[in-house]
Design a protein around this ligand. Sequence first.
Ligand code: DWN
Ligand code: ZN
Length: 447
Amino acid sequence: MQDADMQDADMQDADMQDADMQDMVRWVENCRVCGGNDWLDVISFGSTPLANGFLDPAAVPEDEPAYPLEVGVCRDCRLMSIRHTIDPEALFSHYVYVSSDSDLMAGHMRHIADLCVRRAGLDAGDLVVEMGSNIGTQLALFQEGGQRVVGVDPAKNLVQVANDQGIPSIAAFFGAAEGARVARDFGQAKLVLGRQCFAHIENVHNVLDGVEAVLAPDGLLVIEVPYLVNLIEENQFDTIYHEHASYFSITTLSRLFAAHGLHIVDAERVAVHGGSIVVMASRVTAGRRPMPVVAELVALEQERGLTDDSAYLEFAARTRRVLAGVGDLVRDLAARGKRVAGYGAPSKGTALLQFCGLGPREIEFCSDTTPLKHGKLLPGTHIPVRSPEQARSNPPDYYLLLAWNYAEEIIRKERRFLEDGGRFIVPIPEPRIVSAESVLESFLESV
Ligand code: DWN
Ligand code: ZN
C-alpha cells in the first residue's frame, strides 16, 4: 500500500473506532431519577477500561478501549451517579461475576430468603421473580421453600447455568416489556427481588414500570444495594466504575419509588459488599405502614451531610489521598524487592489498580477463586489471574486485599500465609498492613 493509502486506511480505522466509541458511551445530561440537570461535580477518574473486561492473553487489543468515568451528584434528588452511560449489552450480556460461594454470602442469602418469606408472607406456590438472578443461587432457596421462581438476567452464560441447575431463568434485561411478559406467562409475583443489581440499571424508571406490571397488589419489592452512607464514610471509591450507574440512599430511592406508586415500608442495613441496604417497598394502595427505621435512615443521611455538597467534596479529597497512599505503599514495597500480589480479582479491584496506576511491575498476579477469571488478564493493567492453588504454591510477601469486603473471612482462611510471615495490605478506608501479630493484637483487644 502507498503511504497516502495507508494514511487514508488509518484515518478510516480511527473514524470507525470513534463511531464504535460513540455507540458504546453516552453523556448523561439529566438525572436518572428526577430528570434534573443541576449537578455537583464530585470526582473524575479519567478514562478507564471496563472493570469486568477481563482479557484473553492471546487476544489483547493493541488499543484497549477506555471510557470516561466521572461522578456527579444531582442537587435536586441527591442521586450520586456516573455522568456517562455504557451500552448495557457490552457490560452485561456475558458476565464473569458469579455469586460467591463464601460463608458470608451463603449466610446472607439465607437471611434474605427468611426475611422475604416473613415480610412478604410467602406461601408455597407463590411466585418469586428475581431480576439480576445470576446463576440462581438465591432463587434456589425460595424453590426449596416451595415457591415458584423465575429469574431474569441479561447474562446468557449465567442464565444457562441457572437453567441447567433447574432454576427457571430468562436471558433478558428486566424492564416494562419483560415484567409484562412474566406476568402473562407466570402470573403476578408476591415478591420481586433485585439483589445487588439496581445500581447497574441505566433506565430505572423502565425497570420500575416492569415491577408495576408484575407485582401483585399486596406484593413486596425487595432490593439490595450498596449503601451510599458506607460508600462515602468508608472511602469505597473503588466501587465506582462503569457498571455502577447509581449509588443510592433511602432519600433518593423514596423519591424514585414514589413516581411508581410505591413506598418504602422497611429497610435493613447489612454487611455484604462493604455495607448494603435491603429496601422493602410495596404499592401505596396496599396500605402497609412504613416502619420507623425508614424515617430514621433518612434522618441519618441528612445528619451525615448527604443532602449537602460538602460530604461529597470531602469524600473526593479523601479518595485522592487514599489512592496516592495505596499506590505509594505498593510501589515502595516493590522497589524494596518485596513480592506483592492481589488477593481476589473483583471488579472493584481492577478499578482500584487502574486508579492507583499499579501494573504487573508492582503486582505479580491476582489470586481468585472464580474459574471464569483464571488465565485471564485484568483489564487495563494486564495483571494475570491465577487460581488460589497456583498462588499457594509460590505465595508473595504481601497480598493487596482487593476483595476487602470479605476481609474477615479471608484473613481467617489465610492464617497459614500470615503465620508464615505473609502480610495483607488492606487498602480502605485507609491503607494499613495486617500481619499475624496485628491479627492477634486486635483479637486480644476484642476479648
Ligand atoms: O455489583 C457488583 C457486585 C455485586 O459483584 C458487580 N458489579 C460485580 C461484583 O463486584 P465484585 O467483582 O467487586 O464482587 P466481589 O464479590 O467482591 O468479588 C470478590 C472476588 O474475590 C471474586 O472474584 C471471588 C474472589 N474471592 C477470592 O478469590 N477468594 C472471594 C473470596 C471470598 C475468597 O476467599
Ligand atoms: Zn435527580
